[in-house]
Design a binder for this molecule. Structure first.
Ligand code: IPM
Ligand code: MN
Length: 355
């Protein structure tokens, strides 16, 4: 029997509740496909920070890196100033473990309400590959004359050829493997204004595509136009590759058109290292402990974890169980408190359907 060592970081708010259901479904998939998971719990998050003043010590990064994957609930606490936990835990791990891909599928399941008029599951099914280690997220920049009338601040949009290249190459490989009839990799940037950084992305996308991926169609959208097309004609997309900040923004839009944060999952992936999977919805503190939060995003994140670990059959089984459960109409809505059942019941339902 194949065994995986998984670090669990339940985190704050409803994080522990949704992660519990994610683990329940992983174990069900493991039972069906001959896999076992050995979990180790880590309590990093807002509560621990309040208690100890510590976000994520370097020793913890080394500890976490010993596992084969990290499964995260949510980080974010109403009593902690914005930025501290995000930078100190989430971004620190992305950078320290060089998780250079942020994989965010945008998929509308049956019976799920989308705000897009006249669009259904056949129209909304694409994947955003967000670069995850460069851009203004690197923190390069500075401020001077702070607090004066003439305050100056900069935050640098940093990219290097190697950082762009490894992301583009991953995106082409992913598009090839996904094998959608569209077979199209759309680069999203803003090269009409960002003439240096945008040009680096555009040339890399074209050069690598021309040389190594002749079977994949190349396409390009400016990021502003992309938000328009995501609403107007989402069926146009197969795989989108984009820079860190643009990816952050368009994937919130993506989450909304697929039915909301209750179903939006993400993977912070280092294809050669240790990856981290999370529901991207946040800690939703007001729903904590009420058994009303939707665990589907965490469950889907668990599926992505299996896919990334190479357990494709088990991953597909989770995706199919989510699909079939929603198709059955038993889950009334994806919104917290409106599902027609509790958090744990949704987990039980999906676990019972994983075959
Ligand atoms: C996300 C979040 C993070 C980001 C924040 C919490 C730092 O918005 O994962 O999309 O900007 O990447
Ligand atoms: Mn975001």
């Amino acid at each position: 029997m194949k065994s995986y060592s998984i670090a669990l970081m339940p985190g704050d708010g409803t994080g522990p509740e949704v992660l519990r259901e994610g683990v329940k479904v992983l174990d069900a998939a493991g039972a069906a496909y001959g896999l076992t998971f050995n979990y180790t719990d880590y309590d990093f998050g807002g509560e621990r920070y309040k208690r100890t003043g510590e976000t994520l010590p370097d020793s913890a990064v080394a500890e976490l890196a010993k596992h084969q994957a990290i499964f995260l609930g949510a980080i974010g606490h109403p009593d902690v100033k914005p930025g501290i936990l995000e930078l100190g835990i989430l971004l620190k791990l992305r950078f320290a473990l060089d998780q250079y891909i942020n994989l965010r599928p945008v998929k509308l399941y049956p019976n799920v309400e989308t705000p897009l008029k006249d669009k259904g599951p056949e129209h909304i099914d694409f994947v955003v590959i967000r670069e995850n280690t460069g851009d203004i997220y690197t923190g390069m920049g500075g401020a001077t004359m702070v607090g004066t009338q003439n305050e100056i601040a900069t935050q640098v949009m940093l990219y290097s050829r190697p950082i762009v290249e490894r992301c583009i190459r991953y995106a082409y490989d992913y598009t090839r493997k996904r094998n959608n009839p569209k077979k199209t990799l759309t680069l999203v940037h803003k090269c009409n204004v960002l003439t240096y950084v945008g040009d680096l992305w555009v040339r890399t996308h074209k050069e690598i595509g021309d040389a190594e991926y002749k079977d994949i169609k190349q396409d390009y959208n400016h990021v502003d136009a992309c938000t328009m097309w995501m609403v107007k004609s989402p069926e146009f997309y197969d795989v989108i590759v984009t820079a860190n900040l643009f990816g952050d923004i368009i994937t919130d839009l993506g989450a909304m058109i697929q039915g909301g944060m209750g179903i939006a999952a993400g993977g912070n992936i280092n294809p050669e290292g240790v990856s981290m999977f999370e529901p991207i919805g946040g800690s939703a503190p007001k729903y904590t402990g009420l058994n009303v939060i939707n665990p589907l995003a965490a469950i889907c994140a668990g599926g992505m974890m299996l896919e990334t670990l190479g357990e494709t059959a088990a991953a597909n089984a989770i995706d199919k169980a989510v699909h079939d459960a929603l198709a059955s109409g038993k889950i009334k809505s994806l919104s917290a408190g409106k599902m027609g059942m509790g958090t744990t019941q949704v987990g039980d339902l999906i676990a019972s359907m994983v075959k």
